[in-house]
Design a protein around this ligand. Structure first.
Ligand SMILES: [Zn+2]
Length: 1072
């Protein structure tokens, strides 16, 4: 702390300790509440730039003119009232309280009625700026994540408006998909479900989505988000659907769409294929894992190295999905791993049929007299010995590559199957080092299967039941009795070594919360492989914020497999394909797709369900209509939203791609950012965006995920409108919520809760108070009153220099989207530079300097500049506050092009003022010293106050002595300032200041308080405090020997006499 840099020689009898305890007066209420550890931590984060000394308020010192003014207003009874008409009281109708539940909607209504967003966007001439909205899902209420997202976007858009950009922001909604379909289904009773046709279901789903859009839109508007709310984009709009079909058609034309049998995540509970994004991996899933054996029938002809063990040699495998054994097509090994042929010796007697905990269960294999030789990975011999409770004697070692092309008998249907070499996925981390391979039921198996031309077996139906292909298990549920039946069958046939429960991450359906399976079905795919390189190149061209996001999307795009785009659901855009009734051959080409597109553009995608094949086919195919039937698959909703660049940016008037910016949560790297990238790269060869910003999730104050069960959900509407209990959940208004959005570093997860909000509300109030101070002291201001820059006293030029720097700095941070830095800069500026210093000092000349005096006009010139700049630089974050201020401006503001700015967003960003920035650097240094000196003087005054020498700082005279001659000379000069505003005693808010030549002065003995201080760690300054000379001026409360010298106004000082008396007395005015 700064205090430790000063040494204080106590000359009085006052105790040292009392000085050390100089209070750092809290400005914000929350500082007093900071007993809570979390809160104090947050304070440190937010206010690390402010030391406690800087926070030190000077309320007590500055009481003079303020109190005088206040007392004067209290009426004629008061003695002080005599000069009340000569005091310039701050005046404004702009309220101290925001009253945001009333005022914000009022302001929004004015914006709406006057079409301010549209007007400003159209009038702006600085080029277009397109932030393309990622569509929230039209399902349920909005949460804090939505608020964070939309407000971030609005801050950016509003900043760009001030920067003279033509901002076009079209909000969107994602309206199709399973969750809405399920909501509709859940709302129906048994009978209604029976009578449900696809068209009825789609009508209900559309109604549901549209209603949700309405509610969500009202909330977004209440956040103060500006956009083209009258023309949003909905993925269920016919023109949108048609554009989506067009994108699909282009991908078909490019050869990127194919139909294949491929294992996909399949949810038996909702009878559909699922995307990665529709899966979740809950804790605690336990599978029945088995160690099983497959009997070898031959070893490769080339080697014959295993012949000595035949026919009693088996491959040992391990699987967590025994139900996939019927679909087994191979056993895969790792070519580079070492494998061992082991002989099994009887289980030790203590290993019984089942383990002590009853969980492990040994199979029949080891119970038979003649035990088979087993092949397992060498590294796993001892692990498996322990697990199986047997002795394994290694008979031979060989490499995985030696095993390739061995053949074994399938344990269920006795087919001969090969041993193959798989990929690096085969390790010795678990299992046996040999992998049961069922290409119809696993991704890696599928790829290995392609390599060896293995059959893609998948004898499981839509409900997750075995089909007739596996006669004996037919009809059994693979996740239930089917799994058990397979294990039993294998054991009866002496193929099971052990059954063991196995806890692991297993994919569940995110909606039904039931386990899924991998299952090969006929699906439509977009071949990512076909344009992966182009996609990777496109990623490279995009600006990612934060920059690490590029790595994330690169990794996800480079590793992703082909995109399964078909869904077996009703509520979506149809895949526009016909199948031949007999051959099942698909019919889909440019002509058919174009025809369907034009139908959907007019009638919407319902047409696919209500129109006949004949109608849906183009003329050339119409006579063959009876040979075809419609496909029933719909498109993955990620294809819907992933086509928004085509449906919105390429179709809406005045828009074009690529968008300047996409802004979404970090989960969209695998969602919308990626699906949009893929469709755009596949059809256009480039990304649909030039910049992407990602933000984190919103957590509660303790960093926990919000959930109803934890009761820690912060609802954005409650924040704005208040909750049932107005003490616990006051109505903060949209601006406080927006201030919070600006305060967080959104590149990571962000925290919110009651304490954070209280804190934001306090800061909001401080900001509002600052703006109110500015408005109120400019009540009589006219632009013509402005004083030329060169005539301003240095203190005012310095203030303009600081302001200009702040504006510049904040602009840079808007440009870099670092809003939390803006939040910190503004806060510091308002508290430290303005409230604690400039305003504090300014009050004297504003209130009692004389209405039209040069000194007051100088100050008002500075205040007007501050008001006009601050209101605009905060406007993107706090638009309601800024507009409220703007509507209370006591003067008209005219833009550079000569138009009056009726609304704050018509005023544009403050233009750069080079003259203000050119304040000489040596003066900047000097004022830095003066401010620090002021801080030290305040400490000395505090000591004198504690010692009851003075009350108000105006009762004091300050003495300074420094051996730094140039500093001393400069300070002396300031004591006799040409302009009263820059006088040192005004800056210290004392009545007098005297600079002493040396400390070897008789005078010093009469100064009751004094000590040495360090300024900027180098200049030693001695500071003394005594009672001020003379008497107290009735009007301004300054002490002066001149009080009593004016016959007509015996209670006034010379300054006030000059202001009030009208007739200047030059001889006296010079002494002050
Ligand atoms: Zn006075």
């Amino acid at each position: 702390m700064a205090m430790q840099t000063s040494t204080y020689r106590v000359l009085s009898l006052q105790s040292r300790s009392s000085f050390r305890k100089a209070p750092s007066t809290a400005i914000f209420e929350f500082r007093r509440r900071s007993s809570d550890r979390v809160l104090s931590l947050l304070c440190i984060t937010y206010y690390s730039t402010l030391s406690s000394t800087e926070f030190c308020s000077s309320k007590r010192r500055s009481r003079g003119p303020v109190m005088a003014a206040k007392k004067a207003t209290e009426g004629a009874k008061q003695e002080d009232g005599k000069y009340k008409h000569t005091v310039d009281l701050p005046t404004t109708k702009f309220g101290m309280r925001a009253n945001s539940t009333v005022r914000e909607p009022e302001i929004q209504k004015i914006w709406d009625e006057k079409q301010v967003f549209k007007r400003v966007a159209e009038r702006n001439s600085g080029g277009s700026f397109i932030l393309h909205d990622g569509p929230p899902y039209a399902n349920g209420d909005l949460h804090m994540g939505h608020a964070l997202n939309k407000i971030l976007k609005d801050i950016i858009n509003r900043y760009k408006l001030l920067q003279n950009c033509k901002v076009d922001y079209i909000p969107g909604w994602d309206c199709h998909g399973l969750p809405i379909e399920l909501k509709v289904l859940q709302s129906l009773d048994q009978d209604a479900r029976k009578g449900l046709t696809p068209l009825k279901l789609r009508a209900k789903a559309a109604k549901f989505a549209k209603n949700t859009v309405k509610t969500q839109m009202a909330s977004f508007k209440r956040y103060g988000v500006w956009g083209d709310w009258d023309h949003p984009y909905l993925t269920l709009d016919p023109e949108y659907e048609a554009a989506q079909i067009e994108v699909f058609g282009q991908m078909v034309f490019q050869g990127y769409i194919f139909r294949g049998r491929k294992p996909v995540h399949w949810s038996p509970s909702s009878r559909t294929a699922l995307a990665e994004a529709e899966l979740e991996y809950p804790d605690g899933h336990v599978s029945k894992s088995i160690y099983a054996i497959f009997r070898l029938v031959s070893s490769p002809t080339s080697g014959g190295i295993l012949d000595e063990f035949l026919p009693n040699l088996c491959l040992a495998i391990w699987t967590t999905t025994p139900w996939t054994i019927p679909a087994n097509a191979a056993v895969a090994v790792n070519a580079k791993l070492e494998y061992a042929v082991v002989e099994v010796h009887s289980p030790s007697p203590d290993v019984s049929n089942s383990s002590a905990d009853g969980k492990k269960k040994l199979g029949n294999v080891f119970k038979e007299r003649e035990k088979p030789f087993l092949i397992i990975a060498s590294e796993l011999v001892s692990t498996l010995e322990a697990k199986w409770g047997v002795k394994l004697v290694v008979k031979k070692i060989l490499l995985g590559s030696d095993l390739e092309h061995c053949r074994y008998t399938h344990p269920v249907d006795r087919r001969e199957c090969p041993v193959v070499v798989g990929g690096d996925y085969i390790t010795t981390e678990s299992g046996t080092g040999l992998v049961h391979t069922a290409p119809g039921h696993g991704q890696e198996d599928y790829i290995t299967g392609l390599k060896y031309g293995l059959p893609i077996l998948s004898p499981v139906d839509d409900d997750g039941k075995f089909t007739e292909e596996v006669g004996k298990f037919s009809g059994l549920d693979v996740l239930g009795d089917g799994n058990v039946a397979v294990i039993e069958y294998l054991d009866e046939n002496s193929s099971i070594i052990m059954v063991e429960p196995y806890k692991h991450k297993y994919p569940y359906d995110w909606r039904t919360k039931k386990p899924t399976i991998f299952r090969a079905t006929a699906q439509w795919f977009a071949s990512v492989e076909g344009f992966r390189k182009a996609a990777m190149d496109a990623i490279n061209q995009v600006t990612w914020v934060p920059s690490q996001a590029e790595n994330r999307i690169s990794a996800m795009t480079s590793s992703r497999s082909d995109w399964c785009i078909s869904r077996q659901r009703t509520w979506g855009v149809p895949i526009p394909v016909f199948y031949h009734v007999d051959t099942k051959e698909p019919l889909m080409n440019g002509e058919t797709i174009d025809h369907i597109k034009s139908i959907i553009a007019q009638k919407g995608s319902d047409a696919w369900w209500y129109m006949t094949v004949e109608e849906l086919l183009p003329d050339t195919y119409r006579d063959k209509a009876s040979n075809y039937e419609k496909g029933t698959d719909t498109m993955d909703v990620w294809f819907d939203s992933g086509s928004s660049w085509a449906a919105v940016l390429e179709k809406r008037k005045g828009l074009s791609g690529p968008a300047d910016l996409y802004v979404e949560g970090t989960d969209q790297h695998r969602g919308w950012f990626q699906s949009s990238l893929l469709t755009s790269v596949a059809t256009k060869g480039k990304a649909p965006y030039s910049g992407v910003i990602t933000h984190g999730f919103v957590l509660d104050e303790r960093g926990l995920k919000m959930s109803k069960s934890l009761g820690n959900v912060v609802d954005p509407n409650t924040v704005i409108e208040g909750g049932k209990n107005s003490k616990e959940a006051p109505s903060y208004g949209a601006d406080v919520l927006r201030l919070w959005v600006s305060s967080v570093d959104y590149t990571g997860d962000v925290l919110i809760g009651p304490q954070v909000l209280r804190q934001m509300s306090d800061i909001y109030r401080k900001l509002r108070g600052t703006l109110r101070f500015l408005l109120a002291n400019l009540h009589d201001w006219e632009v013509d009153n402005a004083i030329q820059y060169n005539d301003l006293p240095l203190i005012d030029q310095h203030a303009l220099f600081q302001l200009e720097n702040i504006v510049k700095n904040i602009r840079e941070n808007y440009e870099n989207y670092q809003f939390f830095k803006i939040f910190q800069i503004i806060q510091r500026f308002v508290i430290v530079d303005l409230s604690n210093f400039y305003f504090d000092v300014a009050k004297d000349r504003l209130y009692v300097g004389g209405t039209t005096s040069f000194t007051r006009r100088c100050c008002q010139t500075v205040l007007a500049a501050h008001l006009l700049s601050i209101v605009r630089i905060i406007a993107p974050i706090l638009p309601h506050l800024a507009e409220d201020v703007w509507q209370h401006l006591p003067f008209q503001y005219t833009t550079e092009d000569g138009n009056a700015a009726e609304f704050v967003f018509e005023s544009r960003w403050p233009s750069v003022n080079e003259q203000w920035l050119a304040f000489p650097s040596e003066e900047v240094d000097f004022w830095g010293k003066v401010l620090e000196l002021r801080t030290e003087v305040n400490k000395a005054l505090e000591e004198a106050r504690t010692g009851k020498l003075i009350g108000s700082s105006l009762e004091a005279k300050v003495y300074l002595q420094t051996s730094d001659d140039s500093l001393a000379a400069r300070l002396k000069e300031m004591c006799q300032a040409h302009n009263d505003a820059g006088a040192l005693h005004r800056i210290f808010i004392t009545s007098q200041v005297e600079v002493l030549s040396s400390l070897e002065n008789e005078q010093i003995k009469n100064i009751p308080y004094g000590g040495e201080y360090l300024i900027q760690g180098e200049n030693k300054v001695w500071i003394g405090v005594s009672r001020a000379e003379g008497s107290k001026c009735e009007r301004c409360w300054n002490f002066s020997p001149q009080v009593g010298s004016f016959a007509e106004h015996p209670s006034l000082c010379s300054r006030c006499f000059n202001v009030v008396g009208g007739e200047a007395l030059p001889a006296l005015a010079a002494v002050s």
